[in-house]
Design a protein around this ligand. Structure first.
Ligand code: AVJ
Length: 327
């Protein structure tokens, strides 16, 4: 059914919506479970709040991956011998620097960060400015469109190395994650490399704290999505009437981030272009963060056409980084 005809609609908008507005309408006009795509968490402020999350004592994900990359950058560089690095969701690219430096010790490198946030792209460009021999080509697009664009410039003599760090793969549900890895593999050549970071399953209190920190930074990161709809889509969410909520699905090993409506309320977009009703306790699902088991990773990657070259596990937090070769 056309989203415009969904029940919460009061009157037709003036022009067909595209992008953020269309996705917001499609996601919020749901009677079952309202949801929004996680990529909209990352506007300029959202990207900065995510950077703050990486500094939180409760969020061990980021530091665990940094430990692994620092310890194994050299091996990654030697094994891949890549001259093109494509990074999906590069953010500040702070951890990537280690890998780039190790590669640059061998040859010139073209670095194509694919990042939805232009402000994060600009910041990473400046942060990597001092690396000699690095050609920076930022791509502000969705993942696969970005990969397509990045690979058009490849010089086929050396392999490409795709970085998918931070356990961002876990934002997909199981089926979508598999489809995504297959679609990525289809775009690569045999002998290209994938460096994949995956956060491992751990006890519920640790996971809850990581996604609901004492300072409230993750809450701000989540609620910024409402503020962003107010800023960009002319919505009138009253942030004080919503709260950050974490759901944990033990059997699926998913941490879910939600925004909960604390009362019955109606939110308007534009000049009443459309309206959304919330029941007390009703939530918007904003992100899933899947937590992996090593067995699961071991089965998933070969299924999608990637053979394991190396795998390292950080036991202090529980994080795995694998280097894979496209078969
Ligand atoms: C950037 C998607 C890997 O899922 O852990 C952090 C985002 N959300 N805290 C994650 C996030 C809330 C993060 N990823």
């Amino acid at each position: 059914m056309n989203a415009w005809l969904a029940r919460p609609l009061r009157s037709l908008p003036r022009a067909p919506a595209t992008g953020f507005l269309a996705d917001a309408i499609a996601g919020l006009c749901h009677d079952a479970q309202k949801s929004l795509p996680p990529k909209y968490l990352y506007d300029e402020l959202g990207s900065m709040l995510f950077d703050a999350i990486t500094r939180l004592p409760e969020y061990g994900v980021w530091r665990a991956e940094r430990r692994l990359l620092e310890a194994h950058a050299e091996t990654i560089a030697t094994a891949s011998a890549a001259d093109l690095v494509v990074e999906l969701g590069s953010g500040s690219a702070e951890k990537t620097r280690t890998v780039l430096e190790a590669l640059l010790a061998q040859r010139r490198v073209t670095y194509c960060p694919v990042e939805i946030s232009r402000s994060a792209l600009d910041a990473s460009r400046h942060a990597l400015d001092d690396l000699d021999g690095l050609l920076f080509r930022g791509i502000a697009r969705d993942y696969l469109a970005g990969v397509d664009e990045a690979l058009t410039i490849r010089d086929a003599s050396q392999p490409a190395l795709v970085l998918f760090l931070g356990s961002s793969l876990g934002n997909f549900d199981a089926e979508a994650g598999e489809n995504f890895l297959r679609a990525l593999r289809d775009r690569l050549k045999p002998g290209d490399f994938l460096l994949l970071g995956t956060d491992l399953d751990k006890p519920e209190p640790t996971l809850r704290a990581a996604y609901d920190d004492a300072l409230g930074v993750t809450a701000a990161f989540n609620l910024n999505l409402l503020a962003r709809m107010n800023r960009e889509l002319g919505a009138d969410f009253r942030l004080a009437h919503f709260r950050h909520r974490i759901e944990f699905d033990r059997s699926a090993r998913n941490v879910e981030m939600h925004i909960e409506s604390m009362r019955a309320q109606r939110v308007r977009f534009g000049e009443g272009d459309f309206e959304i009703d919330f029941a007390p306790g009703e939530t918007i699902h904003t992100e899933t963060s899947h937590k992996y088991s090593l067995d699961e990773i071991e089965a998933l990657l070969p299924d999608c056409g990637f053979r394991r070259a190396e795998q390292w596990v950080d036991h202090e937090w529980g994080f795995a980084t694998g280097l894979y070769i496209a078969d």
